[in-house]
Write a protein that binds this ligand. Structure first.
Ligand code: ASP
Length: 307
């Protein structure tokens, strides 16, 4: 058994570890852990308390994948619900679809009775209001939001705005492997922007036969390289988890243009080996690891690789 979750996973890591130790399925243990992160206001990049988009609205993304069936469920740009990860799981279990976005995802959330919530908290509202007051003036303000978002979004991204995600990948006692991810995405992103988190194969992927992978950081990079799927596919082709992550990093070196920044790749295989690499990051990037027989998840420093 093994659990790897990123730095932001701390509110849920021990709960997921305990459930795995009790013999629960990886997907159940992961959902329980991600829900704790989503509800925790200290985590400023996931669920309630996450950062707003350029219009001052919180749009949340989440995904789960069951590595036994290769079924997944994901939601993108969802407003007004506390637990996007559970809405994503319900997409997987109740619909013949894998991904819902925007108003359709919100309609589905209401239909299944998902818990509504005010997700824009005072710190995020005040941060957006301060930005708006300083950046949008005069005639532009009169027209807002028509006609002028592109330049603002480009400027914000260049200044390395706060972002973050939680990702959980785990292997349970019965050999089941699953993944889960949830985020508010980049602060002041363009409305409707999806990062890698709701895109299965980019931000997360799980296949019981080989392992699982999940990314945090610049989601645009994981989308372009299909990173989570690539790591698992390299393992299918015979690479160790170490080599598979190396190869996925190598793929990133082919990217030219677009948004290139920090991205962390987390991976496990079906024999409880793991690797976590902070691409363009440093050892201050951390993750949580729990393995069979340990009482708690422990915080570790990431390996760092520059592109
Ligand atoms: N990967 C997330 C996204 O692109 C953000 C992050 O993890 O920093 O939305």
């Amino acid at each position: 058994m093994i659990l790897v979750t990123n730095n932001e996973g701390y509110p849920g890591a021990d709960t997921t570890a305990r459930l795995l130790a009790e013999g629960r399925a990886a997907l159940d243990a992961i959902e329980a852990g991600v829900r704790l992160v989503e509800a925790d206001e200290r985590v400023r990049t996931v669920g309630r308390g996450g950062w707003a988009n350029i219009l001052g609205e919180v749009e949340l993304d989440a995904a789960v994948m069951d590595g036994a069936s290769l079924r997944s469920g994901a939601v993108g740009a969802v407003r007004g619900f506390l637990h996007p990860v559970s809405i994503a799981r319900a997409v997987m279990e109740k619909l013949p679809h894998e991904l819902l976005v925007g108003p359709g995802a919100e309609m589905f959330a209401r239909e299944i009775g998902a818990e509504p919530a005010e997700t824009l908290l005072p710190h995020a509202r005040q941060a957006w209001e301060a930005w708006f007051a300083g950046a949008v003036k005069g005639a532009e303000r009169e027209r807002w939001p028509e006609g002028g978002l592109i330049g603002h979004v480009r400027a914000q991204v260049q200044t390395d705005r706060p972002a973050g995600t939680t990702v959980f990948i785990a292997r349970d006692r019965a050999g089941g492997i699953a993944s889960g991810a949830s985020t508010s995405g980049w602060q002041w992103k363009y409305p409707g922007r999806l990062g890698d988190t709701p895109i299965i194969g980019a931000g997360s992927y799980a296949d019981r036969r080989y392992g699982a992978a999940a990314c945090t950081g610049v989601g645009e990079m994981a989308i372009r390289c299909g990173t989570a799927r690539a790591v698992v596919l390299y393992m299918k082709q015979g690479a160790s988890v170490h080599e598979a992550v190396e190869e996925a990093v190598e793929d990133m070196r082919a990217m030219a243009g677009g948004l290139i920044g920090r991205i962390t790749i987390h991976a496990i295989d079906s024999r409880d080996n793991f690797r976590v690499v902070a691409v363009n990051g440093d050892a201050r990037n951390a993750y949580w690891l729990w393995q069979e027989a340990e009482p708690h998840a422990t915080r570790r420093s990431c390996e760092a690789i520059a592109l």
